[in-house]
Design a protein around this ligand. Sequence first.
Ligand code: GCB
Length: 613
Amino acid sequence: MESLLYPIRNRFRDEMKLDGLWRFSFDREEKGEGDGWTKGLPKSAINMPVPASFNDFFTDKESRDYCGPFWYECDFYAPEKQEGKKTYIRFGSVTHRATVYVNGVEVGSHEGGFLPFVLDVSEAVNYGENNKLVVKANNELDETTLPCGNVSTLKNGKKLVKPYFDFFNYAGIHRSVWVMSLKNEHITDYDVVTDINGDTAVVKVKLVAASASFKLKGKVVLKDRDGKVVADSTFDMSDSNNTDNTVSGKCELTVKEPVLWDVKKPYLYDIELSVIDGEVIDSYEDKIGIRSIEIKGTDILLNGKPVYLKGFGKHEDFDIIGRGFNYGVAKRDFECMKWIGANCFRTSHYPYAEEWYRFADEEGFLIIDEVPAVGMMRSFFNFMDAGRGAKYTYFFETDTVPKLKENHLNAVREMIVRDKNHPSVISFSLFNEPETISTFAHDYFKDIFEYARELDPQKRPLTGALEKTSAPDKCQCYQFCDFISLNRYYGWYISGGSELSDARELFIEEMDQWKALNLNKPFVFTEFGADTLATEHKLPSVMWTQEYQNEYYDMNFEIFDKYDFVKGELTWNFADFQTSEGTFRVAGNKKGVFSRNRQPKDIAFKLKERWEK
Ligand code: GCB
């Protein structure tokens, strides 16, 4: 795998963002290749902003709901001085898959729409000239893709994507694209693990470089916020990994009286990593936090102290730009989360743009980082069907499972490699609401969890979000989780409105069953919420009004507070968001605490009061 390090620029490294206006064509007849689009799009191509989803720019349904292949193109200049070095193109994400061409030469492809990929284009680039970059993307889903879904064909021949999940299937180049120039021998990766012992911390660093030479030395320097060196080490890069032509080395840095990274007190150290062959030949700079995260009994301990998770399940979702990353939207979201007293969010239901994690490191937020394993249940309304007790045990019994699992393992690997060094990331979530009650699901997830445990250098707690059918007496997968994550909608999908008192009884019944299992693990509510129209008020309340959202939350808080093993509440959802259309969705999912344009509903003030206590 190529390096997933976030691009930076320094004495040895160059990067150029290709964000801006690209050219774009739908490929309705799937004739792009035949017509030579790999070398450049036809004159009829239109303008398309990058990063963004293409869907909501259009004023016609056919374009918004387009399903199939679509193409992007841009030009970039490769300076002559970069010749002889390595040139890479790095995509933050292309949803859901992409094949990339430079000057008509295919340089690689990637499956999965929520994680970065990096392609070596050194041989395909013309230096001292303009180069044509073409991307063939595709947004179709099936039961092997992450997330899962399928494609149906209407009587008029049009394809329509059918997600098995409750968010709009936005597509496009959603995150920044970079051209990077690196030296032939360069740093490809590093891991950092911090052990805290009284007033000393040991920072263990593993450094990896693309090189065939065992003579290289590695060097790590750690500086505090004022730029003062607090520890450094020079060491041999003598471990080789022949499968990917890299060498690596390790060191341990002792930091006396470290300032720990903490919630809302996010102290970050500068880390400078270098490789030396007589002289420094490459370096990489980043920021790290010294902190510990562990589960002890029913507690989640951050730096040895219990922490209660308060916050949200979110989406990357906004008006017009869809799922495209935008710094302004992210900034507003962090300001809203700070205002309300939250300390945590789950990247439901896919890993977000890297900038979110860098932001959270700086702002002192905790992240449960989720892989795009959503829709692993053959149902468009699993949130509804679950309440009705429908049967799903066939999902993991089909011949599509080996491919699904391969994609799932790949996404887990890419997510952990990308996000492992962020102090904000306190847990990896490996699924959202799959079928978990069959032995097939058990065997499937056992392997997924083992793989993630082995990969994460920090050995963070692992979890997965369980829906209602994953009941205490039926679920065969909760034991893989270090803390149990429940998505529950008592008072919404189950006994809503005037039946809220029944919902309360049923909720208590289930919680008593979990309690009786004596798992000695923390429980976190990773979803609970009620659809609420920001325009609606009614006394007495009915479902969908702001008054009902308040009553629903009051009932849920009463239950959370009753069980001392409940160690977190992440409401569904931070903000209203776009979904597929249907009788259960009023132009989207309206469970937001904030509206889609990030203004508070009444419930926001109740949460603020509770969370600030
Ligand atoms: C769920 C899903 C989430 C939905 C939510 C809802 O259980 O995990 O993706 O949006 O319910 O609002 O129904």
